[in-house]
Structure formats: C-alpha cells, structure tokens
Design a protein around this ligand. Structure first.
Ligand SMILES: [Zn+2]
Ligand SMILES: [Zn+2]
Length: 273
C-alpha cells in the first residue's frame, strides 16, 4: 500500500486526457510519499523491498512459491529483473532493501525512528503490538496498513524542517467528521469505534511526538486514518509478471516463440489451480 496524491476527481485532484490513450501506455508516474507492505502479505513471507516494495524474490522463486513446487525452473532466467547482488539489509534490524539507494532513502526519511534493531521479533515492543492489533482487525484482502501512518509520523519526527512535511501531508484533502467516520467504518467494520480507540492508544505508545500532538487526539487520529483510507492505493509488484512481460518482448524464431507461450500459459493455469 502506498500513499499517492489523489488522482480521482471525487478525492480532490483530477487527471484529464488530452489525447487518446492506448492500452498499456504509461500516462502518469508518481512516487509515493510513503509506502508500506501489507502486513498479512509480509507475514505470509512475500519478500518485498521495505522502502519501494519492489519484489525481492526472483521470478523463479515467485513461481515456486505460488505453485508450492520448489523444483519449478523457468527458461530465460536472464529476463528476470531481480538483482540479488544489489540487495541490502538494515544492519540493525535486518529488514531488506532492493538497493543501497532504498536503504539510504528509508534511513534518511523515517527508518531511524522505526528501526526495531534487535527487538524486531519482540512481541512486547510497542510497534509490534500496533502491527499485531492491526492484523487482528484488518484481514486479507488488505486495503491499507497502519504502517503508512507510522511512516508519516516517523517522517515528521525525523525531519529538520517539520513544517514542510506537515504541509505535504495536509494537502491531502480534508473531509467532514461524518465522512471520516464512514471511511473508518469501511476499513474496520462495525466495531470500528472501539477498535479505532485501541489503535490510537497503541499508536501513541509507539510514536507520540509533541510536534504532532494533534494527530494523537481522537479527532486527529480519525482524520489521519481517513486520509490514509482515502488516498492510499494498493499496488502490486510481481517479479513473475515482469519476467513474462520481458519474455513477451523477446525476438524468437516462430517454433521457440510458440513453445515459450505454451509454457507460460500452462504456468498460469497451474498457479490458478
Ligand atoms: Zn527498493
Ligand atoms: Zn532497521
């Protein structure tokens, strides 16, 4: 899940086409303000860069995991874009990044505040308690993550120019209290009031900061929650589908092309089983 500037008219800003657009055209590229892997998705061991969410497993490993078949081999391994030699762990907590650049960017923006160090697997750590509570309220299919909010707070906590970041986050549209409640209700279900309060207490325990005291009040926390609920976007990253795209673009003799296409068709059929 990542937080993007709203691209839908009902959500504040609009995007209008001035030429015809073909299927597959890139029309808009935007870097998320913060991004975070869905928590169940991470618990199920899908490995993604902790900063940009790029897949960390190779296309072949991706296929093996989806098939539950560790012997699966993919042809044209050179078409896989995953570069394991570039992966870098955080030396304190061992979360993994796709590159030194991502490790550095995360460290400079929010990870100094959120790095769990050796407490990474300690269930009593406030950040782990927060994530556990979130998982127990928000089951797959996941549409958001409490860690987006944690990264927003951590970004401001770490920033020298806190006002700049507070301004960045406040440009996401503001809703009335009723509209906010509606969004929280959708995300958390019928018992949302008690759950929101539980999350707020855990959130404050883990991240309270006096510069941001408004975000930790019941009203402010609900607004923050609604902001993430409205502007968050689910994004998918899959090394297998990237490999398939690269294979589609290969120039091959007709017989080989036919064979590769048949292989890929069968692979997808097996995965769907
Ligand atoms: Zn990355
Ligand atoms: Zn760390």
């Amino acid at each position: 899940a990542s937080l993007l500037a709203p691209a839908d008219v009902s959500q504040g800003k609009g995007l209008f086409a001035t030429r015809s657009i073909r299927k597959g055209d890139t029309i808009f590229v935007e870097r998320p303000v913060v991004a975070s892997q869905f928590l169940w998705n991470a618990l199920y061991n899908y490995k993604a860069c902790d900063h940009c969410l790029r897949a960390l497993e190779t296309a072949q490993e991706n296929a093996q995991r989806l098939l539950g078949r560790s012997s699966q081999v993919l042809p044209h391994p050179e078409q896989c874009s995953i570069r394991k030699d570039l992966h870098q762990p955080c030396p304190q907590c061992q979360v993994t990044y796709c590159s030194a650049e991502c490790r550095q960017a995360a460290w400079e923006q929010y990870h100094q505040v959120l790095c769990l160090g050796p407490a990474r697997d300690d269930p009593a750590h406030p950040l782990n308690k927060l994530q556990e509570a979130w998982r127990n309220m928000h089951y797959p299919p996941e549409t958001s993550s409490i860690m987006l909010m944690a990264r927003m707070v951590a970004t401001v906590k770490q920033a020298k120019d806190k006002d700049r970041w507070i301004k960045v986050f406040s440009q996401f549209c503001n809703k009335t209290a009723n509209e906010e409640e509606e969004i929280v209700h959708k995300l958390l279900g019928d018992k949302f009031k008690g759950q929101l309060e539980l999350l707020r207490v855990l959130f404050a325990e883990a991240l309270y900061d006096e510069h941001l005291s408004r975000w930790f009040t019941p009203e402010g926390f609900q607004s923050l929650f609604a902001l993430v609920g409205t502007n968050g976007q689910g994004i998918g990253t899959s090394s297998l589908s990237q490999w398939v795209h690269a294979c589609d673009a290969l120039e091959l003799p007709a017989a080989q092309r036919e064979q590769l296409d048949a292989f890929i068709d069968q692979l997808y059929k097996d995965i769907e089983k």
